[in-house]
Design a protein around this ligand. Structure first.
Ligand code: HEM
Ligand code: HEM
Length: 212
């Protein structure tokens, strides 16, 4: 597997992170309508993974660092026009468009998981955000004649609000994933390389033209 013609790109953390994330997201999505705790555990796993990835983006290996792959909007536009002309260069790490896709995937996953925690807190009074819901109900009850009635109503409104965010962000995530996988396929074809295999072995060929 390892030969002189290849170079280590994705470190062990990034690879384990990636495939664990794919699995945890799939489980969370598949169990979202079920009554058991799988959805909650899988959701916590996603939150844990993306939190670790955030730290790794500052202290991890060269190609895992945000500073290495988050490029200026001008660089992204240049890359897009090169893509259109069929002259896009090959990057060993993430290309400029892929770099922003990584950020979009991570940011959207934060919205999905934090809103999930809010729904869990309001609906079941459980999870790390459970105490915070008291504040919402107190504010909601401020203009109440019937405190109890309004408290329930405020809880209902807040629950509906966070459920909308939770589901909306999940649907947006599905769009991003489709674009992400399309990007991987297009990029693999364009530069005649096996990007999925690289996310498993961590290695990429170093003798192709236009390495960046
Ligand atoms: C089975 C479908 C998938 C395949 C084949 C795939 C493949 C890949 C590949 C090849 C890369 C490296 C891209 C590059 O070379 O620049 C990558 C990166 C990434 N993918 Fe996927 N992916 C899949 C699904 C997902 C899903 C479902 C998520 C999110 C839930 C995801 C999140 C990410 C993230 C965050 C990165 C950046 C990795 C890092 O730098 O830490 N992927 N993916
Ligand atoms: C990537 C992770 C996650 C995904 C993809 C996801 C997706 C979804 C989806 C699509 C639903 C809507 C099901 C429906 O109403 O038909 C849902 C519901 C729910 N999620 Fe998540 N979720 C994730 C993480 C979390 C987390 C971390 C928590 C809290 C710990 C959570 C708590 C809940 C709760 C309590 C519901 C039920 C809402 C209701 O009663 O309709 N989710 N989730």
């Amino acid at each position: 597997m390892q030969n002189d013609n290849s170079v280590a790109v994705w470190d062990i953390f990034v690879r384990i992170f990636h495939w664990s994330l794919v699995a945890a997201f799939a489980v969370a999505y598949a169990t979202s309508e079920e009554e058991n705790s799988w959805h909650i555990y899988a959701g916590y796993t996603v939150l844990g993974l993306i939190s670790l990835r955030l730290v790794w983006g500052f202290v991890g290996g060269r190609y895992a660092r945000f500073g290495e792959f988050v490029r200026s909007p001008a660089a992204v536009f240049r890359y897009v026009s090169q893509l259109r002309q069929g002259t896009a260069p090959r990057y060993l790490g993430h290309n400029p468009l892929g770099g922003w896709m990584v950020l979009a995937l991570l940011a959207t996953l934060f919205v999905v998981t934090i809103s999930g925690l809010k729904v869990y807190a309001i609906e079941e009074g459980r999870g790390p955000l459970a105490q915070g819901t008291e504040m919402i109900t107190v504010i909601g009850a401020a203009h109440a004649e019937d405190r109890e009635g309004n408290r329930a109503e405020a809880d209902g409104d807040a629950e509906e609000f966070w459920e909308e965010i939770h589901e909306g962000a999940t649907n947006f995530m599905l769009l991003l994933i489709a674009a992400h996988v399309l990007g991987v396929v297009v990029s693999s074809k364009l530069h005649h390389e096996k990007l999925v295999k690289a996310m498993i072995t961590g290695r990429k060929a170093k003798d192709l033209n236009c390495d960046k």
